[in-house]
Design a protein around this ligand. Structure first.
Ligand code: TXA
Ligand code: MG
Length: 346
């Protein structure tokens, strides 16, 4: 499928204005008509289609070049929509929804048959979340249907945190983009399987394991998140992901970076360093990107994908990246960096 024009609907901060609503209605109409449009959420931009219509959902996979065995998350605006989609709502899920919805927590349930088969890639479960973003929820309400939406990047590329990223990846491949500015969290939602007797964490994300456990007690973690030789329970986690064009190396001992940089430069490479504001001045690479502050990991999460894309813009060939502590949001940040990286230097 290709489109002569990928329309952009720019909504501003006074999102309840008549003009914004008119724009969102127009975008929502395309969803109702079975087309695919991108929209902002609090995590990353999503690529949405009517989750109840198989033909519409297939267009998402086509536009992204997404493997068909990788299921999508269904987005809803109101809790009552959940009952249409899922066969059972366990008590733990109810507790989590009360605490974290709307928000960056995706819950997996046993599905009902109304959900289009491609959404779940043939699985008997469906992933659902309610985004914490005014524009997203206004759009979902206007569309009046549950909306299946993966991140709005080409498969394998860093997820988009601005409408410009979406445009870069998908222009001509989708009907339109709702531009609601930069997203906040910057990393995708946490994915938790509630269809199991004890909930299992499949993907670390915007809501941390500690925060979840504070509400429902101990949960399990998919062993594949801890050991590289295991097959992940969540199909999307097995793919290499989030990668810039250049080769990324994670460097544990940052004191080694200046030397790594000069050696790569001697080899004739264009070299980048991914660091934070604290260490920005320490490196003399071709491109040094300060991604937030170590003192506030939320700022690192928020800027991570745009930072990775910066290296592509500057045609960097080798990227040395500082690492982050494996705790709190650091777990999600390191999960994405590990997927972006070709290896680690100690
Ligand atoms: O923050 C987010 O979650 C963003 C925004 C747009 O909402 N969406 C997003 O979607 O990151 P996507 O498609 O990039 O990632 C969905 C993840 C994949 O790893 C997929 O395999 C997993 O959720 N998933 C979806 N349904 C599943 C299911 N029934 N069982 C196991 N994993 C599932
Ligand atoms: Mg994605």
């Amino acid at each position: 499928m290709s489109y002569k024009q990928t329309k952009i609907w720019s909504v501003d901060n006074s999102f309840e204005s008549e003009e914004n609503l008119r724009l969102l209605r127009e975008a929502a109409l395309w969803i109702k008509k079975g087309e695919v449009i991108a929209f902002p959420t609090e995590t990353v931009y999503g690529l949405g289609a009517n989750a109840l219509e198989e033909e519409a959902v297939k267009k998402i996979f086509e536009a992204k070049g997404r493997p068909s065995d990788n299921p999508l998350i269904v987005h809803i605006a109101e809790t009552h929509q959940l009952k249409e989609l899922v066969a059972d709502i366990p008590t733990v899920a109810e507790q989590l929804m009360k605490h974290f919805w709307p928000g960056a927590l995706t819950l997996i349930f046993k599905k009902k048959q109304v959900v289009a088969p491609s959404v779940t890639a043939g699985l008997e479960t469906v992933a659902v979340r309610m985004p914490d973003h005014d524009v997203a929820r206004a759009l979902l309400k206007e569309a009046g249907v549950p909306v299946a939406a993966p991140s709005a990047n080409l498969s394998g590329k860093p997820s988009p945190t601005t409408a410009q990223h979406v445009y870069h990846d998908l222009v001509g491949r989708i009907r339109g983009i709702v531009d609601g500015g930069k997203t906040g969290v910057g990393l995708e939602s946490t994915v938790l399987d509630c269809s199991k007797p004890v909930p299992v964490l499949y993907r670390p994300g915007g809501v941390t394991k500690e925060e979840i456990e504070a509400v429902i007690g101990p949960i399990e973690v998919d062993p594949a998140l801890l050991a590289a030789d295991q097959t992940p329970a969540s199909p999307g986690m097995k793919y290499k992901h989030y990668s810039p064009v250049g080769t990324v190396y994670l460097v544990q001992d940052t004191a080694k970076i200046p030397d790594l940089v000069s050696r790569a430069k001697k080899d004739g490479k264009r070299v980048g360093v991914l660091t934070t504001v604290e260490n920005e001045g320490k490196y003399e690479a071709d491109v040094v990107v300060a991604c937030g502050s170590r003192m506030k990991l939320a700022t690192v999460a928020s800027e991570l994908y745009q930072s990775l894309r910066r290296f592509d813009d500057d045609e960097v060939e080798v990227i040395f990246a500082e690492m982050f502590p494996y705790e709190g949001l650091g777990i999600a940040i390191m999960n994405r960096l590990e997927k972006a990286a070709a290896g680690e230097i100690r």
